[in-house]
Design a protein around this ligand. Structure first.
Ligand SMILES: *[C@@H]1O[C@H](CO)[C@@H](O)[C@H](O)[C@H]1NC(C)=O
Ligand SMILES: *[C@@H]1O[C@H](CO)[C@@H](O)[C@H](O)[C@H]1NC(C)=O
Ligand SMILES: *[C@@H]1O[C@H](CO)[C@@H](O)[C@H](O)[C@H]1NC(C)=O
Ligand SMILES: *[C@@H]1O[C@H](CO)[C@@H](O)[C@H](O)[C@H]1NC(C)=O
Ligand SMILES: *[C@@H]1O[C@H](CO)[C@@H](O)[C@H](O)[C@H]1NC(C)=O
Ligand SMILES: *[C@@H]1O[C@H](CO)[C@@H](O)[C@H](O)[C@H]1NC(C)=O
Ligand SMILES: *[C@@H]1O[C@H](CO)[C@@H](O)[C@H](O)[C@H]1NC(C)=O
Ligand SMILES: *[C@@H]1O[C@H](CO)[C@@H](O)[C@H](O)[C@H]1NC(C)=O
Ligand SMILES: *[C@@H]1O[C@H](CO)[C@@H](O)[C@H](O)[C@H]1NC(C)=O
Ligand SMILES: *[C@@H]1O[C@H](CO)[C@@H](O)[C@H](O)[C@H]1NC(C)=O
Length: 503
């Protein structure tokens, strides 16, 4: 009988790759990148890893086309900027639903499950700009969905940041909604309750550590020892994520909507651009999270089921705003080109397994642009490096990052290469006043990796990046990166929660 059992196991391992945890696990798929990975490759990756849920921030047609015909559950976002017009005019909501939902409901349909109206609209830092428009926009979208015949299958919600609630003590059981928006939250909860929609919340233990280096590590990383646990009238919390979720559960109770289901819309750990943003920490965080999810237990206040959790994020995005910090471009569990960064076992068994990476990714030539120490004229090196950094992604150079502390020559190589790769390896780009040269041997050293850019559908046309000006007093400025998911201003929340950090 033994061989049969072994065979069965092999079958299970091969055909249910992510197993039980992956079923409840989603991913955030953002595309704020100079060279987004082909959506078809991305969808295959998601499927290969057994992940069933995907959250996207915009209804990009190419992304939706790639998701069409799969059974992946899709949460599609609507940007904050649209909230006002959606709230004011029902016809705008009708048009949005028609173009971005109904149009993808043909033969090969997208399995839409949620529309996320706005993204963290009540962050304090937004100065209440969206307070009055979010719920009306949600209502209009729901009405339009119903009219289009999708009111039952597609739920409407809005992903909120953890700063909409807090605890008046350090205990999760003392959670309430923020007083300035308590009324609005009450109305939103009523809407969610009436329409069987989930409360979606984004929670970032990374920020607890990043902003407050004294924060107990075990509590951030799902440790099990009691010394860092929070005691809430005898209930022990071992992780800040659980504490945070139960603070929300308590706030919902106070608002008289105790049963609204909760989804964690974003949670994750970045791997570069800061001393705490390392692959080691990211692995530790996800190991803890996945083990926790595998137990199939809830939190102390909702013991039966753990919320669905969407990892932030699937891929690194090199054009995200660095306002929140240099780590902002490194949230991916995969690199920009779809390669796994560290072992991750989606079964939650903590085994040394690798995620399945992107297949058939097309790269540019195996060549790099690096500093040329033999160049006759070495003056202005610093200026050239600064210029390159001003116009490309140098987030790996800052203290604590993967290419930090390796000297000005390495700085130059990293900056020149990044500029050159993002410019699709156009030969003329690798100049920098004669200080750069093209090499065929990988200059990577230790943690400092030199990427080669991938081919995208746009790669065939010439890059829009220009070579560095020969004169540094005339800095050319490339288009500034667009902004991003708004963990941007999350820190405001954590400033507030400093005294209450255990929630
Ligand atoms: C949310 O609103 C803020 C402020 O207008 C903006 O910076 C951010 O990009 C928005 N995020 C999304 C996903 O719409
Ligand atoms: C559909 O969504 C896209 C992406 O967010 C947006 O640009 C477009 O305006 C939407 N269409 C309509 C008709 O609202
Ligand atoms: C919020 O107000 C502050 C100070 O008045 C201002 O600097 C900031 O730009 C405002 N932010 C938004 C998103 O309106
Ligand atoms: C939102 O509505 C309230 C009450 O009607 C009003 O006092 C407030 O000024 C409005 N806020 C904004 C940003 O329009
Ligand atoms: C995990 O697996 C990888 C690749 O198979 C291997 O290189 C690494 O040493 C393993 N790590 C541990 C801790 O076993
Ligand atoms: C880089 O950007 C900074 C800040 O915008 C600016 O002060 C500096 O002159 C720029 N340096 C170069 C060489 O372009
Ligand atoms: C890698 O970096 C180390 C430390 O900066 C340096 O000593 C070594 O020479 C480098 N190796 C190569 C191959 O460049
Ligand atoms: C390399 O670049 C980083 C980031 O700009 C900077 O902090 C560091 O001082 C630079 N190193 C040298 C030797 O110039
Ligand atoms: C790209 O630029 C090079 C020179 O910079 C030029 O020779 C070539 O024709 C251009 N190709 C396209 C497709 O524009
Ligand atoms: C660079 O700029 C300086 C001062 O702005 C000027 O004197 C010099 O002629 C310029 N050099 C070139 C090559 O344009």
């Amino acid at each position: 009988m033994v061989p049969a059992k072994v065979f069965l196991w092999a079958y299970v391992l091969l055909f249910v790759p992510g197993s039980i945890v992956a079923q409840d696990l989603g991913v955030n798929w953002g595309v704020i990148a100079s060279h987004p990975l082909d959506p078809k490759i991305v969808v295959q990756m998601i499927k290969d890893n057994g992940i069933k849920k995907v959250k996207i921030f915009h209804a990009e047609p190419q992304v939706l086309d790639a998701l069409a015909g799969t059974d992946l559950e899709v949460m599609v976002g609507i940007p904050n900027e649209s909230l006002k017009s959606l709230s004011e005019k029902y016809s705008v909501a009708q048009a949005w639903v028609k173009a971005n939902i109904t149009a993808h409901m043909g033969k090969k349909r997208v399995n839409f499950k949620y529309v996320a109206v706005g993204n963290e609209p009540f962050l304090r830092a937004y100065n209440s700009s969206y307070n009055n428009v979010t719920l009306p926009a949600m209502k209009n979208i729901l009405k339009a969905l119903k009219e289009a015949g999708h009111g039952k299958d597609i739920k409407v919600s809005t992903p909120l940041n953890g700063d909409v609630y807090y605890t008046t003590s350090y205990r999760p059981s003392d959670g309430i909604f923020r007083p300035d928006i308590a009324d609005i939250m009450g109305q939103i909860c009523q809407f969610l309750d009436q329409n069987d929609s989930p409360f979606i919340v984004n929670i970032y233990p990374f920020y607890n550590i990043y902003l407050y280096p004294g924060f107990p590590e075990n509590y951030a990383f799902f440790g099990s020892d009691d010394s860092s646990a929070v005691d809430d009238h005898g209930t022990k919390y071992h992780s800040v994520l659980d504490g945070n979720i139960d603070t929300l559960v308590s706030a919902l109770k106070v608002a008289k909507f105790p049963d609204i289901p909760i989804i964690v819309g974003e949670v994750g750990w970045p791997t570069d651009g800061n001393i705490y943003a390392t692959t080691k920490n990211a692995k530790r965080f996800y190991d803890g999270l996945l083990k926790k999810m595998a137990k199939k237990e809830g939190t102390p206040l909702r013991p039966k089921t753990y919320p669905d959790v969407y990892m932030f994020a699937l891929l690194d995005e090199n054009q995200k705003s660095i306002d929140p910090g240099m780590f902002e471009r490194h949230w991916g569990v995969f690199t920009f080109d779809g390669q796994p960064k560290y072992p991750m076992d989606l079964s939650g068994k903590g085994q040394n397994k690798s995620l399945v990476g992107g297949k058939n990714v097309q790269y540019l030539e195996k060549q790099w642009c690096v500093y040329n120490k033999d160049a006759p004229n070495q003056k202005d090196l610093n200026v050239k490096v600064q210029w390159a950094c001003n116009n490309t992604d140098c987030t790996t150079l800052v203290p604590g990052a993967s290419c930090s502390g390796m000297g000005i020559e390495m700085n130059a190589s990293v900056a020149f290469n990044m500029y050159y790769q993002i410019a699709n390896q156009v030969k003329e780009i690798c100049d920098f006043g004669g200080l750069a040269k093209i090499v065929k041997q990988d200059p990577s050293n230790g943690t400092c990796k030199f990427p080669i850019m991938i081919k995208t559908s746009q790669t065939t046309s010439n890059s829009t990046l220009a070579p560095a000006p020969s004169n540094s007093s005339n800095p050319h400025s490339s288009s500034s990166p667009s902004t991003s998911h708004s963990s941007l201003l999350i820190f405001q929340f954590f400033v507030g929660i400093f005294t209450l950090w255990f929630a």
